[in-house]
Design a protein around this ligand. Structure first.
Ligand SMILES: [Zn+2]
Ligand SMILES: [Zn+2]
Length: 257
């Protein structure tokens, strides 16, 4: 499994891009920078996007990738998410007002995007992978994912603060190779993190104990969603954590899992 980091930050500057990851050039996880961070050819090669939740920093480039793919007559892009997330995209995003309804353009039978509702914890075949959505704790309906390919499983947390079920599912997942895990704010912004449904390094360490000591120590955990304003501070605080196997994602990183 080839994992590429297109965007891995909780905000945007010319040096920071919002969340988007690509598996084997064909499956995207979140859409925060699918067009700002990828060439047209790579945009058109994607088969599906897993959307963790409807916050703008995770869905924004669905707008521009739908437009680009439509111009290039690409196959319909599968936009997969839970029922609540898909409902928000239909009502508030591709609603014919803030952006055209690309699920009907150029025509309803063969459109630029195609919605796929996935049930929580119901394994679903998407772009050749077995995807499982797991509910996490954020300010709106949000899920993490496990993505099973031929070589193993990638975990993805979505935006979340302290949560339970995701860790249980990860603990029970055979062949788990790595976890893309959110951390957003430094420890002294714990109140803001709590109110906005995100982690600090301290709450992350506490939450990862739910994996059990051995798994927490061994599982390659790739951190994303750090707020640009706090990048250096959060990295320093994460570097001090013990009993976990953390690395901070950078734009352009590639991991072979
Ligand atoms: Zn969010
Ligand atoms: Zn976010």
């Amino acid at each position: 499994m080839d994992l590429r980091v297109i965007g891995c930050h909780g905000g945007e500057t010319p040096k920071h891009r919002t969340s988007a990851f690509i598996v084997d050039d064909r499956l995207a996880i979140d859409a925060g920078s699918l067009t700002s961070g990828m060439e047209l050819k790579a945009q058109c090669a994607l088969e599906a996007v897993l959307v963790s939740h409807a916050h703008l920093d995770h869905v924004r480039d669905l707008a521009t990738i739908a437009d680009n793919r439509n111009q290039n007559k690409a196959e319909p892009l599968v936009v997969a998410g839970t029922r609540g997330t898909i409902a928000i995209l239909k009502k508030h995003f591709f609603n014919g007002l803030v952006w055209p309804d690309f699920s009907k353009i150029p025509n309803a039978r063969h459109a630029a995007i195609k919605y796929l509702e996935i049930g929580l914890e119901k394994p679903t075949r998407i772009a050749g992978y077995e995807v499982v959505a797991v509910s996490v704790d954020h300010t709106i309906e949000t899920c993490g994912f496990t993505v099973r390919g031929r070589d193993g499983v990638l975990g993805y947390s979505g935006d979340t603060g302290p949560t339970d079920r995701l860790w249980e599912v990860l603990r029970e997942t055979e062949g788990l190779k790595a976890l893309l895990m959110e951390v957003s704010f430094p420890n002294d912004e714990a109140r803001l993190a709590r109110l906005s449904g995100h982690h600090t390094p301290e709450t992350l360490l506490e939450d990862m104990k739910k994996l059990g000591a051995a798994m927490a120590r061994d599982l390659p955990t790739l951190l994303y969603h750090i707020k640009p304003s706090f990048q250096a501070k959060v990295e320093r605080e994460c570097a001090r954590l013990r009993g976990v196997n953390l690395s901070v994602c950078s734009l352009g990183d590639q991991f072979i899992l």
